[in-house]
Write a protein that binds this ligand. Structure first.
Ligand code: AMP
Length: 443
């Protein structure tokens, strides 16, 4: 058995860990903390929920504090890159929490908020910058961020960054960093493109891996209910009225699908919030805060928006629509049963989603338990349809998924636009069942 005390982390870090109540490191922490403390590069396969953030943040704080330096204007000593604003905020919060008894400064850099505030934050220099790639380059181009003094680089969720089309930004950023640095590279999956990226950026890395993504699903109690697409709203209402639900994260494939679910639930008297790429940063933060505080028990999200969301106590993950990429299912259900807790995942599977279900079962190497429709289901469908008919008309919808807009930077960003979906492999874009991927868009 390993304890945090065995790592010899600086006393202020140990104190912060004690405040959090952490005594035992998670497997990814056991594997990563000693080599990072030794200054080694890391190539890690781990997804959020495994304790990955502390696996790099704790030894980084230790190393930065062990060699104190004066802050240089616009410069930073450590750069952490992550694909989404939510993930950036969460990582920065972890650094702040674990480093609360230290004098190291942390700032976030991401799009969707005014740039001058981030420029002001950089003007006196910062010890740790946590950023999305696009806005980071905007700051560099404006002369407000100097990467020449970076000692440690972290690339988090590298596979997701590639999916979102950040590869060119990543290349540019890494080209601006000193060659002599420590690099910590984490990805949930290691396809060939990610392996090549890792090989280019890492020097003699220590390879660490926690259980492959597929097997983390074992901790979650999973079920599937076969249901007609048109009857999913009624089923969702019945499931959400179940008293055992503390906090439910509901996944929809499209932004407008997420809004529609929230609206239908609202019409049925169930409070829910949506989080996706069309929401402004303050809207997303408000929705997340309401969900975290328990004020709103239902959060409806798209895959990209939910990636990395760390909310303790998510009792249920509901796959209102099944993802056409089976790995996304594993990421989704990983939002519950975090850090060892038990959780429940329920998938709603329509006739034309069965090929997706088969792909998922193949990946997780287990059959998901089918549940019968609730006894009072027919009556609930009729009631839900009646409520919908008497509700005010819905705004016009489109059916794009969330990939394009989630990474969108505000207008005036200065650099040419790009379509992140260009990086998505054809298999991912089209799904695996021929016409299957299009059915949702047609609704
Ligand atoms: P992460 O994979 O970094 O998103 O972490 C997942 C969750 O586990 C977060 O809520 C962390 O605060 C929590 N966590 C990380 N390390 C530990 C630990 N050693 N003991 C208990 N909880 C932890």
């Amino acid at each position: 058995m390993t304890y945090f005390a065995d790592f010899g982390l600086a006393e202020p870090i140990s104190r912060a860990l004690a405040d959090k109540g952490y005594t035992e490191p998670t497997p990814i922490q056991v594997q990563s903390i000693p080599p990072v403390l030794d200054g080694r590069d890391i190539c890690g396969i781990a997804q959020t929920g495994t304790g990955k953030t502390a696996a790099f943040a704790l030894p980084m704080l230790h190393r930065l504090a062990a060699t104190p330096k004066h802050r240089l204007k616009y410069a930073t000593r450590a750069l952490v890159l992550a694909p989404t604003r939510e993930l950036v905020s969460q990582i920065a919060q972890s650094f702040t929490d674990y480093g609360k008894y230290m004098k190291l400064s942390v700032t976030t850099v991401f799009g969707g908020v005014p740039i001058p505030r981030q420029e002001r934050a950089m003007s006196h220099g910062v010890d740790i910058v946590v950023a999305t790639p696009g806005r980071l380059l905007d700051l560099v181009e404006r002369g407000s961020l100097d990467l020449k003094h970076v000692e440690i680089l972290v690339l988090d969720e590298a596979d997701q960054m590639l999916d979102l089309g950040f590869i060119h930004d990543l290349r540019r950023i890494v080209g601006l960093l000193p060659r002599q640095r420590q690099t910590l590279f984490f990805s949930a999956t290691m396809p060939k493109a990610i392996e090549e990226l890792a090989a280019r950026y890492l020097t003699n890395p220590v390879k660490v891996a926690v259980k492959p993504a597929a097997t983390t699903a074992e901790r979650v109690e999973q079920a599937v209910i076969h249901v007609n697409q048109a009857e999913k709203p009624a089923l969702l209402q019945i499931v959400l009225r179940d008293a055992a639900i503390d906090r439910a994260l509901v996944f929809s494939r499209t932004k407008h699908g997420a809004d529609r679910v929230v609206r239908q639930l609202g019409n049925a008297g169930i409070k829910a919030e949506a989080i996706h790429g069309n929401k402004s940063q303050p809207q997303r933060e408000r929705a997340l805060a309401a969900f975290k505080s328990g004020e709103c028990k239902v959060l409806v999200a798209t895959d990209i928006a939910a990636r990395g969301i760390d909310v303790t106590g998510v009792s249920h993950v509901i796959n209102y629509e099944l993802p056409n990429v089976p790995e996304s299912y594993v990421h989704r259900i990983g939002r519950t049963a975090r850090a060892g807790r038990a959780g429940q995942a329920i998938a709603f599977c329509a006739e034309d989603e069965r090929p997706f279900l088969r792909d998922i079962e193949k990946l997780i190497r287990q059959k998901i338990t089918p549940l019968a429709l609730p006894a009072d289901f027919r009556a609930a469908v009729v009631a839900a349809q009646k409520v919908e008919r008497s509700a005010p008309p819905a705004p016009r919808e489109d059916s794009r998924d969330d990939r394009r807009d989630f990474a969108r930077r505000p207008s005036g960003g200065g650099r040419p636009g790009r379509d992140p979906r260009a990086q998505v492999t054809p298999q991912r874009r089209q799904g695996r069942s021929g016409g299957g991927a299009g059915h949702r868009g047609a609704r």
